[in-house]
Structure formats: C-alpha cells, structure tokens
Ligand binder design. Structure first.
Ligand code: GDP
Ligand code: IMO
Ligand code: MG
Length: 428
C-alpha cells in the first residue's frame, strides 16, 4: 500500500506541480495536504497548454486519478470554485474531486487581517501572499476556525462565525481601523458556496485508507516547501503550516507506515519569494540573469522571485528532515551558458565554517556562503533525455549535488514540459 510524498526542498516554486503531473498518470489518488491558495503550481501539458493550479492537486490534469483536498488544507471556497469552473471549461473532469469535511475555510476576516497586519509590520513584514493563510491557520489552532463541514449546517456556520467575529471584528476595527465583517452577508455568501461544494465533501481519510488497503497508489502533493515550514523553516519568515513530509501524514490522515517514498524537488539554483534570510541570494547581474532566463516571477502573486545559487546545506537539511529517497533537480537548462556554476557547500557563521543548518535565526542571518566553483557548459540541454546526453560538466554538477545531499538524483528537469526530463531512475 504505497503512499508517496512529494515535497519542495527549498523555499517553494521548485517545480512540484510539474513533477506531480509527470507521475500523475501512474497513481490512483493525488492529494493536497497543506497550505491553500498561496500555492501556485504550473503545469505544461504535452499539447502545450499551461495550467496554474492553486488549490486543485496537479494530478487533476490526468483523467485517471482521484483528486483530493485533505484536512490539512485551508480553503478559500470562492477561489476553489473559480478554479473548478476554469478547469471544467478547459475540459478537465472535476467530478473526481473530493474535499475533506475537516479542512478549514478561509473567511473574509482572514484575508483582511493578513493584509492589514503585513502593512502594520512595515519593514518587518513576512511578505505573505495576502490570501489569508496565516490568520486561517491561526483560528484553527485557537480552536475558533470554521470548517468545510460547517457549510452543511447553516445554524452552526452562523454560530461559529458570530463567535469568532465577536473578537476579530474588534481587532479589525479598534486596532487596525478597518471595517467590521458583517455576519449576515458572510453567512449568505458562504451558503451559496455550500450549495456548489456539497457534492465534493466527504471523509477523505476513509477514502484514502480504503484505497491503500486495496493496494492503490496515493501521491501526497506538497505545497510551499521545507524552508517555509512553520517548525523547521526560517521562522518567522515561513508559511503557517507544515509542508514537510511529516505534515503529509497529519494533513491527509495517512499513517506514517504507509509512506514508502519521499520525492524532494529542488531547483538547480535557488529562489525565494517574500522576506527572510537567503544566504546564497545574488544581488548582481547573475541574479538578474537567473530571474530572466528562469522566468522567476510568482505564479500566484506575479512578484519577482529573489534568486541565488544552489545551496547544498539546505538540500542536505531537507533530505534528512523529510527522508528524501529521490531528488528531482529541475531547471538545469537555465544554467546553460555560464563559465562556472557555484554550489554553496557550507556557510561561514561568525568566523566559523559549518556544513549544517545553524541553530539560531541570528546565526542563519549571519551565514555567508562558501562556494565550490564547478565548470559550466554551453550546450542547449533541453533535448537531453538520458544522463549521457548531458554535457560532461552538467553531469558533474548533478553528481556533486547528489553527493552533497546524500541521496540519489533520479530526475533532472531540462524544460517546463511534462516530458522534458532526463530520467536516471524511474520514480514509480
Ligand atoms: P511549484 O510551486 O513548485 O509547483 O513551482 P512553480 O510552478 O511555481 O514554478 C516552477 C516554474 O518552473 C514553472 O513555471 C514551471 O513550468 C517551470 N519548470 C519546472 N521544471 C522546469 C525545468 O526543468 N526547466 C524549466 N525551464 N522550467 C521548469
Ligand atoms: P508553492 O506551493 C513560494 C511564501 C510567501 C511568504 C511566506 C508566507 O507555489 O511553492 P503565506 O501567504 O503562506 O502566509 O506567506 O511564504 N510562500 C510561498 N513562496 N511558493 C509558494 O508556494 C509559497 N507559499 C507561500 O511568499 O514569504
Ligand atoms: Mg509555485
């Protein structure tokens, strides 16, 4: 009964959507287990169509797999319905969608608070996506959240909303000088979503248990990434959930013993959106070059992504933390045409060298990268499909990544398309 977890090994946007779509044809369930519509997963199908998925699992683009939004996700129902309609218009069968009744809802006060708190934080802001993610998880932990199942009981929906808004409206109005959220209007709005979402709502953990018992394959598709994990990332510059492999069990209700494989996705260089430490960040022409050639602009917010060289300290940390069995290195094609390609193999922190993640936030802020310079390559590698098709120096770069991470590199991405990959070891 194989459950496979797929996670981002850096700060997000590694190409998780592409890799999920790549193997989506061979799995029976594709499950989102954390985050919400802060995620933006881009998939380019073989007929050249581009899809940007925010809440729907990227396996949606294959007709065979059941698609599941697990209990660990926070759902903005309006955004989900727009996404469902958009996919249906493009011929995707969305009737296979199942939504956990235990998933929490993003409510209007979450979006309002997310934006206003960021404004008040000023230069200390997190740089959130402004989608209400943090406040929604905050209400969940404070046991004041509203769940998908509450949409099915209008009395409960109203009562829970009254309770949470009694406090949150005071904060919006008295602390931040914003308009209060109206209970009646919100209940009315959310009941219209309830009508449309009702057919999809189910106890998804039961569905997944049954599937696993029947020997089916479940792919748990991570959003965000290791370094954005609330417990293990660069807190407080993180998202408000646990995108790491451990979070997959909690966010889908799948037992740890069912997980047989953990696929870690990493770019051949590094990007980050929003604030927070990023040791290998480039502020020079190389940074601009990576952004331009790699088209590093956010799928969700359109923001410029910060760019930097590959960080092997982060990769090793992600490998051990998630138990990565297969690493997928995406966007190697973007690195073609550089004289040398640096890899950060260690940090210097307050005069000392370390090849482990420093313990404190302050130390990580002070970490400066120690680079190993590898020789570059000039060839266009987008047509490479076997490892031997890659120039010798590109092979060396991948082998060095593998060595430093301590796990095998199974796939190398050489283009955005489903088939634009060098396959060293098949993922399934
Ligand atoms: P995700 O959030 O992890 O799913 O990643 P995003 O979709 O936000 O960003 C990754 C971007 O890189 C998308 O535009 C993908 O189409 C693109 N991409 C993925 N793999 C490759 C690759 O191997 N080469 C190139 N050139 N682009 C890729
Ligand atoms: P995918 O799944 C990159 C970042 C935001 C911000 C921080 C907190 O496409 O990889 P939030 O809105 O979650 O409270 O913002 O996390 N962030 C992402 N960065 N890719 C993502 O998702 C992200 N989701 C959140 O930019 O720094
Ligand atoms: Mg993304």
């Amino acid at each position: 009964m194989p459950a496979i977890v797929l996670i981002g090994a850096q700060w997000g946007d590694e190409g998780k959507g592409k890799v999920t779509d790549m193997i989506g044809g061979d799995v029976d369930y594709v499950v989102r287990y954390s985050g919400g519509n802060n995620a933006g997963h881009t998939v380019v199908t073989p007929d050249g169509q581009k899809f940007a998925l925010h809440l729907m699992p990227s396996g949606a683009l294959w007709p065979n797999a059941a698609i599941v939004i697990g209990n660990g996700v926070v759902i903005d129902p309006k955004v989900l319905l727009i996404e469902i309609d958009g996919l249906a218009e493009r011929g995707v069968d969305v009737s296979r969608l199942m939504i956990s009744g235990d998933a929490h809802l993003i409510m209007p006060h979450h979006r309002a608070l997310d934006r206003v708190v960021e404004r008040y934080l000023g230069s200390s802001r997190i740089g959130t996506t402004g989608r209400g993610i943090g406040p929604a998880y905050g209400d969940k932990v404070a046991r004041m959240g509203i769940r998908v199942q509450d949409l099915l009981d209008p009395g409960i929906l109203r009562k829970k909303l009254e309770i949470v808004l009694r406090e949150r409206n005071q904060v919006l109005f008295k602390v931040y000088n914003r308009k209060e959220i109206d209970v009646d209007a919100t209940v009315e709005e959310y009941l219209t979503y309830a009508e449309r979402l009702r057919p999809y709502i189910t106890d998804t953990r039961q569905v997944l248990w049954k599937g696993l018992e029947e020997g089916r394959t479940v792919l748990l598709e991570g959003a965000q990434a290791t370094m954005l994990d609330m417990d293990h990332g660069t807190y407080p510059f993180v998202t408000s959930s646990n995108p790491t492999a451990g979070g997959a069990c909690v966010g889908a209700g799948v037992p740890p013993t069912a997980i047989t494989q953990v696929i870690g996705v990493t770019k051949a260089y590094t990007t980050r959106v929003g604030s927070g430490p990023f040791p290998t960040e480039l502020f020079d022409d190389f940074g601009v070059h990576l952004r331009k050639v790699g088209r590093e602009y956010g799928t969700t917010t359109g923001r410029e992504r910060r760019t930097g060289w590959y960080d092997a300290v982060v990769a090793k940390y992600a490998t051990r933390l998630n138990g990565i069995t297969d690493l997928v290195v995406t966007k190697l094609d973007v690195l073609s045409g550089l004289e040398t390609v640096p890899i950060c193999v260690a940090y210097e922190v307050d005069g000392k060298r370390t090849d482990e993640m420093p313990m404190t936030q302050t130390e990580f802020h002070h970490a400066t990268p120690i680079y190993e310079e590898l020789p570059g390559w000039w060839e266009d590698i987008s047509k490479a499909r076997a490892f031997g098709d890659l120039p010798a120096n590109a092979q060396r770069y991948i082998e060095r990544i593998e060595e430093l991470a301590g796990t095998r590199v199974s796939i190398v991405g050489v283009g955005p398309g489903r088939d634009e990959n060098v396959v060293r070891h098949s993922l399934l």
